[in-house]
Unconditional design. Structure first.
Lengths: 361, 267
């Protein structure tokens, strides 16, 4: 027992696994981790002395926000993440920040069909909103990335985005005296892979949108929050015929499943979910996107190929192109001009880009 | 807050025993007694009969040449196995290997007989994150020098989580004029392409000494049954052709690895 313990201690100190993994190895490993802590200068104790305010984001009509235990949300971490998000320091040519493609005025999208990265390079996909990211069980339209922390490597290293090795971006941030101070204050620790990704992910978790006219009407009983037209649109949205809500489920307006909506017959340049799973049946399937703030996030779909919400409705009404993988729920419906206006009025009622600001400095 | 209270509790309750253990441990590492050996891996990159270096052309069949700008790979879970099938896992558990790297010194273990050596080329499936957030990711590390932390050449797929087990990049010169005609990129990984090496050593490990093992890599074997005119790119994922090419190359790569007890006379 004692020698096993000793082995585990060594494993932690010398290129074994990080803390999060150790936990999963069970109580023995956990115990040994604390044994190790007891006799060495203790980073976690330093962390406890950093003066910072914990932030709890609890939204009554949303599921509980999943926050990793070792990455609690605090005021200083949100502020630090926000600064990094807006700073081109992370990109190779110091010309592009996260905010270049995720503009707060457009609900953190960029208004382009596909985004433009460093040196004018075009990305594969349309920039998605970053609201309510905390509830996403996986990131990217193909679900290829499991956490907000590892997602950070994507834009920084991707050739068509910032095109910078993460290690280089990290070295630059670490070379700044100001960032060093801010990291010490927010984490009681240096700039390192854990703290740098956690700063950005913490800021992202603070981007919540939950107080739209729809929320006030549907969850808080304010019958005046929606116009009669928008109320009829809500009926249509949840109707069996249109079945929008079967995929764009309340309250987050997505069930996070991967669906082929028959946007085109051949998904040549972007196979969607199949890019990750290699399974032919996943060809052309994309993660159901949120519809919150949808009037601010045109153009639409993974490739930005649909310019207006009216055309999106036309697409679903026509029942898609009949792709072999197309969802059974996308089977067309009749809709009058007035009903279409109603549905558009409802979609417009999903807008709230203010409530998150209570968590920003 | 909860975490800190929890931590304090454990730290207190384990303080006594742990200090004693830590001290023993340190002593053992620094001054191995006669019963301990220090295993070492020495790396030796070759191209056929030639010593290998990055950014240098090597002849392929038919007058073509190849040069590499990157040839990095992971070794994980190195384990010595004795005659009775008793396994001794070595620490560190994860190693990134690059051309020109010096030896890896493992923590001291008990002397005895090393019948076999096992290790993975790549990252074991329990640690690799391919199937979701249950594994380890480079963003988990506060120590930037950990082999699984972000690496300068990018050993992790940021668009489809998971470690790159073997990353080979460089250029082909098809007509032998030492001018690059096209570049190649072979980023090899995903769990079912993990390569397990399990080799006989049949060596006694004498106490008080280093136990040195040569990990020899012949990069020429990468090109076995490879069509260098067409097979110039694979990121493993993104379609059956990519996967098939990645499978062939990582198998070639692993076949090019041979393991021997280090012979001091030959150096």
């Amino acid at each position: 027992m004692v020698s096993r313990l000793r082995n585990m201690i060594t494993a932690v100190t010398k290129y074994g696994l990080p803390k999060s993994k150790i936990k999963k190895l069970g109580s023995l490993a956990l115990l040994s981790f604390f044994v190790f802590l007891a006799c060495t200068p203790n980073q976690d104790q330093q962390k406890s002395t950093a003066v910072d305010q914990p932030v709890s984001i609890a939204i009554p009509h949303f599921p509980e926000m999943p926050v990793p235990e070792n990455r609690p949300i605090t005021k200083k971490r949100i502020a630090l993440g926000k600064k990094l998000f807006n700073d081109p320091i992370l990109s190779k040519n110091q010309d592009i920040s996260c905010a270049s493609c995720h503009l707060s005025a457009k609900a953190f999208t960029d208004g382009r069909n596909v985004s433009t990265g460093t040196e004018g390079r075009q990305t594969l996909r349309n920039s998605p909103t970053l609201f309510n990211l905390a509830w996403q069980p996986y990131l990217f339209m193909d679900g290829g990335n499991p956490t907000l922390e590892s997602q950070v490597f994507g834009p920084i290293e991707e050739h068509t985005e910032m095109d910078n090795p993460f290690t280089e971006a990290m070295a630059r941030v670490a070379a700044s005296a100001e960032y060093q101070r801010l990291f010490k204050e927010a984490f009681g620790d240096d700039v390192n892979p854990f703290t740098l990704t956690t700063a950005l992910s913490t800021f992202e978790r603070s981007l919540v949108s939950y107080n739209s006219p729809f929320d006030q009407f549907y969850y808080y009983g304010d019958s005046s929050a929606l116009s009669p037209s928008a109320q009829r649109g809500l009926q249509l949205f949840t109707s069996e015929a249109l079945a929008c809500e079967s995929c764009h489920s309340f309250p987050l307006t997505t069930n996070f499943s991967f669906e082929n909506i028959g946007l085109k017959m051949h998904y040549q340049t972007d196979s969607g979910r199949a890019r990750v799973t290699q399974v032919a049946a996943d060809h052309g399937k994309f993660k159901v996107p949120t519809l919150r703030n949808i009037t601010l996030t045109a153009p639409y779909m993974h490739d930005g190929s649909v310019e207006t919400l009216s055309e999106v409705i036309d697409h679903f009404a026509a029942g898609g192109v009949g792709h072999p993988n197309q969802s059974k729920q996308v089977n067309g419906f009749a809709i009058t001009a007035r009903q279409k206006e109603d549905l558009l009025a409802f979609l417009a009622s999903l807008t709230d880009t203010n409530s998150y600001q209570q968590y920003q400095d | 807050m909860k975490k800190i209270a929890f931590l304090g509790l454990f730290a207190l309750s384990t303080l006594l025993i742990s200090c004693e253990e830590d001290d023993n441990n340190t002593n053992n590492n620094q001054e191995p007694t006669d019963t301990k050996v220090t295993p070492k891996f020495m790396y030796d990159y070759n191209f056929g009969a030639d010593d290998f270096q990055l950014d240098q052309y090597y002849a392929l069949d038919g007058g073509a040449q190849v040069s590499f700008s990157l040839a990095s790979f992971y070794i994980s879970q190195p384990t010595l196995v004795d005659d009775n099938d008793v396994e001794t896992p070595l620490t560190p558990e994860y190693i990134i290997v690059r051309p020109g790297d010096g030896p890896t010194s493992f923590d001291a273990i008990e002397s005895g007989h090393a019948h076999r050596l096992k290790f993975n080329v790549g990252i074991d499936a329990a640690t690799n994150t391919e199937n979701g957030a249950s594994g380890v990711q480079p963003s988990d590390f506060t120590d930037p020098n950990h082999p699984l932390a972000p690496q300068p050449e990018g050993m992790y797929w940021s668009w489809a989580s998971g470690y790159i087990f073997v990353k080979l990049e460089g250029a082909y010169d098809y007509d032998g004029d030492s001018q690059a005609d096209t570049t190649f990129k072979y980023h090899l990984g995903v769990n079912d392409l993990l390569q397990v090496k399990d080799v006989m050593l049949h060596s006694d490990m004498a106490g008080g000494e280093d136990f040195e093992v040569d990990i020899k890599l012949d990069l020429k074997q990468v090109f076995t049954n490879l069509d260098i005119n067409t097979e110039v790119l694979t990121m493993t994922m993104g379609g059956p052709e990519n996967k098939a090419l990645a499978t062939k190359i990582i198998q070639n790569f692993a076949n090019g690895i041979s393991v021997e007890k280090h012979d001091h006379g030959s150096h």
